[in-house]
Structures are given as structure tokens and as C-alpha cells.
Design a protein around this ligand. Structure first.
Ligand code: URA
Ligand code: CA
Length: 433
């Protein structure tokens, strides 16, 4: 096989065979195929697309490029959840205890934040003492003991995806549905999931800003799941404003605790129940979506989900006392309110911009090796649809520096204020099973 011929074949819009896709991915992983050839191939895929079989083959080739985690020592059906790039998306912190409190094992491998999006591992590490560097044996042991574990990825999962993603980032080939779908699904499969619930975001700051494109991506991933015998459900959700009120690591842990106490923000609570109910359904824990939804709501109301969060924190060495006293979480020294300059309605909140500004004050990473400050971030006081008058607080900046430069002004500009009340996007656009 010659790489040239495979690039040419895809450029002409033909379908690649499984062995051909395997050859490209294996060669790229071991370094025998150079970046420039894979870049040319990725651009050919961008323009010509791939059929469902090719995408499934690409997914498997990438899943097989490194370690694959065997979760079979964990009893029960293992469901994983993936959200595509959220800002202030606190759902994993809520879902891990909530779903496991319902009796479905949650073995969650999570990432760190990069760019405008946050990462669950960073959020959990804002809890004093909390360890996310569990060995695989510890990880499995914890799930069998208490039903839940959340750890960072120590194994060498999907090295092909890591290389390809960096290459796509600098060759204008990120927003290709076959490449995004295979990238996401390869990681879930290498992570050992039996079933997968996908939260595909749409709106400002999401990979797919338009609902139609997000739906195409969602359908493609559900098809991959079918080909690879992993039951998959995809939910398309709105990201035209941040989820909940908090953006920032310790601030989001605090928000998760409130949500687990049944007094969290409406949108975060609703999305957690929706994703959780689909996880229970996939796992066969409940017979219908509604049954799962009701069960999870009950677990919030009775405090069972919160108790499970305390167990998770204790099992991973963290200070579980934060649940009764959130002031034990790191707190920023300075609060700066950002106020509205005019009267009207909030008609949009530029999510990506808020994500980027939270990196700017130290809550996230612009580069992989940046050190983050767990205490800093933003707490919104107004959301889309709210009426404001000049001087009303839109958001409070939590910072550890006295000089926050132009951040205040840029954050203010992230709130679009119009004279008319805007039409509200639904939080949940569609579920694809
Ligand atoms: N998230 C991923 O993991 N991969 C992509 O290609 C895009 C989003
Ligand atoms: Ca939030």
C-alpha cells in the first residue's frame, strides 16, 4: 500500500477499505507516515466525507492505537457520558454521584480543561486532598466498592487521536463530522464503555454552532455505536449561554453541591436529570426514560445523591466536609461585580468569550502546561431572558489579583442587551436513539 494512493483515492471521493484506514492510522501512530501526508488525507476527508462504515473503521483503528481499558472486572453495565466542549458545564460532577446512587456503576475517565472549555478533573482537584491519579486497579476497586470513581487518564489512550487532533488544529480540519465523530467515539471505546450517552452542544462556543450540524454529528455517532455494538444515545443541547451560574473550578463544585441538594440552577438540574435518565435506560436499570427521571429526582430530594458525592470524595482522599461547609473550598480574595450599562433584556451571552476570559484570570489553560487557580472564575447573576437596568449586576468576577486589566469590560460586552425580550432557545433540542 502507498499513502499517496490512499490520499488520491479519498480526494477523488472514493471509499477506503478497512485495511487502508488501518494502514494510515497505524503508520501515523508509529511515525512511519509523516504529518504532511495525513494532513492532506484529512483535508480530503473534510471535502469528500466518509460513509458510516469508514467512520466506524476509523474509530476502531484509533481506539486500537494505544491502551484499551478493560472494565470487565466491574460488575454491571458500564455507561459513559461525553459532553462536547462546555463552558461552566457542571453536569459530570452532578451525574457521577447521581447515577451511581441509582445503582448503575460509574467508571469515569475525565480530562483537564483546555482553551475556553473546562475539565472535570480540574474541578475535582479544587477539593482539598482529592486525588484523580488513581491506578487502574484502584479505579476498578473503588467502583466495585462504592459504585463510582472519577479519574484522569493515565493510560496511553488513543495516541492516534491525540496526534491527529493536534494536526487538525493547525490545518483547518477540526470541524469535519467524520473526524469529530470518530475522535470522540474512539476515546469512549478505548475507555471500555458498554453504552454511551452523548451531549452534543450547539450554539456559541460549541464545535457545531448550528442545530442542523449538531444533529448530523449526533446521528453519525449513534450510527458508529450501532456498527460497533455500543448502545448510544445522543442529546443535542443548547450552549447559547453557560450552564448554571458558575464558571470556574471550585465555584462549579459549589454549584454541583447545591444541585445535588435539589436547589441548583434549573438548567443544570434539568440537563443532569435528562442525561442521567438516558444513562439508566441504557444500563437497563429502568424500563422507561420517565421512570429514570423520577427516580433521579427522588435521589436528589432525599439527599442520597449528595451522600454518594461525599463517599466519592472520601474514597479519593478529599475533604468531604466541603459538603456541609462549602467555605472549605478555595476562595478568591477579590470580588468584582460587572454591571449593566443600559436597560433592556439579556438576549444572548457569548459563551466562548466568557470561557476565554475565565482562562485569562487564571481559571483555565491556554496551553497544556499552564497552572490553574482553582478559586477564580465567574458567577452569573443574570441569564438570557432576564430584564436589567443600568447598574444591575450581570456577573461577579472572583479573582486573586488586584489588577484584572480589561477583563471587566470584555465580560460586560459578552452580555448582549436588547430592548425586546428575546426568543428563548430550548435547553434540549432533540434526543437521538
Ligand atoms: N472533541 C473531540 O474529542 N474530538 C474532536 O475532534 C472534537 C471534539
Ligand atoms: Ca455551571
Amino acid at each position: 500500500m502507498r499513502v499517496y494512493d490512499l490520499i488520491y483515492k479519498k480526494r477523488q471521493g472514493e471509499v477506503l477499505e478497512r485495511e487502508e484506514i488501518r494502514f494510515l492510522i497505524d503508520g501515523y501512530t508509529d511515525g512511519s507516515i509523516p504529518d504532511y501526508q495525513i494532513a492532506a488525507w484529512a483535508m480530503a476527508v473534510f471535502f469528500q466525507g466518509m460513509n458510516d462504515r469508514e467512520i466506524a473503521d476509523l474509530t476502531m483503528a484509533m481506539a486500537a492505537s494505544g491502551d484499551q481499558i478493560d472494565l470487565s472486572p466491574i460488575r454491571g453495565f458500564k455507561v459513559d457520558k461525553h459532553s462536547s466542549g462546555g463552558v461552566g458545564d457542571t453536569t459530570t460532577l452532578v451525574l457521577a454521584p447521581l447515577v451511581s446512587a441509582a445503582g448503575v456503576p460509574v467508571a469515569k475517565l475525565s480530562g483537564r480543561g483546555l482553551g475556553h472549555t473546562g475539565g472535570t478533573i480540574d474541578k475535582l482537584e479544587s477539593i482539598p486532598g482529592f486525588r484523580t491519579d488513581l491506578s487502574l486497579a484502584e479505579f476498578i476497586e473503588n467502583v466495585n466498592q462504592i459504585g463510582v470513581a472519577v479519574a484522569g487518564q493515565t493510560a496511553d489512550l488513543t495516541p492516534a487521536d491525540k496526534k491527529l487532533y493536534s494536526l487538525r488544529d493547525v490545518t483547518a480540519t477540526v470541524d469535519s463530522i467524520p473526524l469529530i465523530a470518530s475522535s470522540i467515539m474512539s476515546k469512549k471505546i478505548a475507555g471500555g464503555a458498554d453504552g454511551i450517552v452523548l451531549d452534543v452542544k450547539t450554539g456559541d462556543g460549541a464545535f457545531m454552532e448550528k442545530v442542523e450540524e449538531a444533529e448530523k454529528l449526533a446521528r453519525t455517532m449513534v450510527e458508529i455505536g450501532k456498527h460497533l455494538e455500543r448502545q448510544t444515545i445522543a442529546v443535542i443541547t443548547d450552549m447559547s449561554q453557560p450552564l448554571g451560574y458558575a464558571i470556574g473550578n471550585a465555584l462549579e463544585v459549589k454549584e454541583a453541591i447545591a444541585t445535588l441538594q435539589g436547589r441548583g440552577p434549573a438548567d443544570l438540574t434539568e440537563l443532569s436529570l435528562l442525561l442521567g435518565a438516558n444513562m439508566l435506560l441504557l444500563a437497563g436499570r429502568t424500563g422507561s426514560y420517565q421512570e429514570g427521571y423520577d427516580l433521579l429526582q427522588e435521589l436528589l430530594e432525599t439527599g442520597a445523591a449528595l451522600e454518594q458525592f461525599a463517599r466519592l470524595i472520601r474514597a479519593q482522599g478529599g475533604e468531604a466536609g466541603i459538603i456541609d461547609d462549602v467555605n472549605k473550598l478555595p476562595q478568591a480574595r477579590f470580588n468584582y461585580p460587572v454591571t449593566a450599562g443600559e436597560e433592556g433584556y439579556i438576549s444572548a451571552i457569548r459563551t466562548r468569550e466568557l470561557g476565554l476570559q475565565s482562562v485569562e484570570i487564571g481559571g483555565g489553560r491556554a496551553r497544556k502546561d499552564d497552572v490553574i487557580d482553582p478559586a477564580v472564575g465567574f458567577v452569573l447573576e443574570k441569564k438570557v431572558g432576564d430584564r436589567v437596568r443600568p447598574g444591575d449586576t450581570l456577573l461577579v468576577i472572583h479573582a486573586n489579583t488586584e489588577d484584572i486589566g480589561g477583563i471587566k469590560e470584555r465580560v460586560r460586552k459578552a452580555f448582549l442587551i436588547t430592548p425586546e425580550k428575546p426568543e428563548m432557545n430550548p435547553l434540549i433540542h432533540k434526543t437521538i436513539r
